[in-house]
Ligand binder design. Structure first.
Ligand code: PFF
Length: 449
């Protein structure tokens, strides 16, 4: 499509902010800490960092590059890139997998974000006087209550759709400009508090004390899947955001900043969270309930726990909100650009679809808990399908398309990397990323691990 008609971010920093907004989300503050807790602490962290550097960053650059060169929503961008390379239309699959995957992720992401909204409201009253058993009951009670889950999911979807309705700069960019600095400020306050009043050294040891013995195939593969999720890879979000990026901006450098910021937030949030957990002598391997059951227990007893608890949940809401926006935008852009639908109608249609699926996810915790596919409830099924299948598959295709299908000269002129750095990045995409991703697949189908 004619690129002059498409919206563009107002600056390089705006792109960095919105892309960090997409990357930093429940993945960093909910998933990363509990996965670290259940996968042996520092062993998981080390492999996750290696995956971010070795697979995540190269793919982040590639996906943003495809978006900018393709100048369209994920499907239309892939159509023009495939045409330019004289390649099969089958490569459009990258666009479709992304758009559908993003909607599937959002359907359960929004339900989890709904839990966080409920806890934010609870945090206003504080968690004082609540013990472990009471907090366990609160969480179990929430999961058992379909109406409550659906109500919070509805609120969160409305918040997210509201921002995307505003458009690329007036909606998405503006929301990120408010929430992301707020998120960083709160994170620093929490970390400072962790250093002064909680057990930061214990958290540091847990995350960074290298224990090679704890690394096994499961840890490696879990860490690799998480690198995809946390960097928002393969779901059309980065491609769509990249398509609104001006020609003069270096994709390689901006992607590096984004990946560094995302990783820093995960590590700093992890340090803060585990410093609270260890200061209260709590269990780091509590699983998905870590920030909802274990952490409020810490807030219930520590000094200024009410304020710290509220700040913490506001931080998580901001993180989830700026990510969910990026999950709505790819399908919206597709409907607007491909079917000439108005933006309002497109956002409403996309949100309604996600909302309906999210209602089914909410019910899968209670009334429909008997419904299982391959032994998994709908929530786990969607998480597995997206993180372990669709994201790695899209990543694999992006690596192959960029380094084996596109003309090397086109890639080189678009990416903004010179000489050896280009050679290294290109080589990783050609060989390392595809092999690593195939290993994830072999694990999913049970051949290894
Ligand atoms: N990166 C987000 C997180 O860590 O919470 C989740 C996400 C957003 C995944 C956007 C995929 C995506 F396209």
């Amino acid at each position: 499509m004619d690129s002059s008609k498409r919206s563009h971010w107002s600056s390089r920093w705006a792109f960095i902010l919105v892309t960090v907004g997409s990357a930093v989300g429940l993945g960093n503050i909910w998933k990363f800490p509990f996965m670290t807790g259940t996968n042996g602490g520092s062993a998981f962290v080390l492999v996750y960092l290696a995956c971010v550097v070795g697979i995540g960053v190269p793919l982040l650059m590639a996906e943003a590059m495809l978006g900018r060169r393709g100048q369209g929503d994920p499907v239309d961008a892939m159509r023009s890139l495939a045409r330019e390379a004289g390649a099969s239309r089958l490569w459009l699959a990258i666009g479709y997998i992304g758009i559908v995957g993003a909607l599937l992720i959002l359907s359960f992401y929004s339900v989890v974000a709904g839990w966080i909204l409920e806890y934010t409201v609870r945090a206003v009253g504080g968690f004082r006087g609540m013990d472990k058993a009471m907090l366990g009951e609160v969480f179990a009670g929430l999961l058992a209550d379909p109406l409550r889950l659906v109500a919070w999911h509805t609120v969160f979807m409305a918040l997210s759709a509201g921002v995307v309705l505003g458009g690329v700069t007036a909606g998405i960019e503006r929301a990120n400009k408010i929430m992301m600095p707020g998120l960083f400020a709160i994170l620093l306050v929490l970390l400072g508090y962790g250093a002064v009043a909680a057990d930061l050294p214990a958290a540091f040891r847990f995350l960074f004390h290298f224990e090679p013995k704890a690394i096994d195939a499961q840890v490696v593969l879990a860490a690799m899947g998480h690198a995809f999720f946390t960097l928002s890879l393969g779901m059309g979000a980065i491609m769509t955001y990249g398509s609104y990026l001006g020609r003069e901006i270096s994709i390689a450098r901006t992607s590096l900043v984004v990946a560094t910021a995302d990783t820093l937030v995960a590590l700093l949030a992890g340090l803060a969270i585990f410093s609270f957990v260890f200061a209260q002598g709590l269990e780091p391997a509590a699983g998905p309930g870590l920030i909802l059951q274990t952490l409020p227990l810490a807030f219930s007893t520590m000094p200024f726990g009410d304020v710290v608890g509220l700040l913490f949940f506001v931080l998580v809401v901001f993180a989830a909100w700026t990510s969910s926006i990026s999950l709505i935008e790819p399908a919206t852009a597709y409907l607007v650009e491909h079917f000439s639908l108005g933006r309002r109608a497109a956002v409403l249609l996309v949100s309604l679809l996600v909302w309906l699926l999210g209602v089914a996810v909410a019910l899968s915790f209670n009334d429909w808990s008997g419904f299982k596919v391959f032994g998994l409830g709908l929530f786990d099924l969607l998480d597995t399908l997206t993180s372990k299948i669709m994201m790695p598959l899209a990543g694999l295709l992006i690596a192959l398309f960029t380094a084996r299908v596109m003309q090397r000269a086109h890639v080189e002129s678009e990416i903004g990397l010179g000489g050896r750095a280009f050679g290294l990045w290109y080589g990783v995409l050609r060989y390392v990323s595809p092999v690593a991703i195939v290993l994830i697949f072999l694990n999913v189908i049970g051949v290894i691990g």
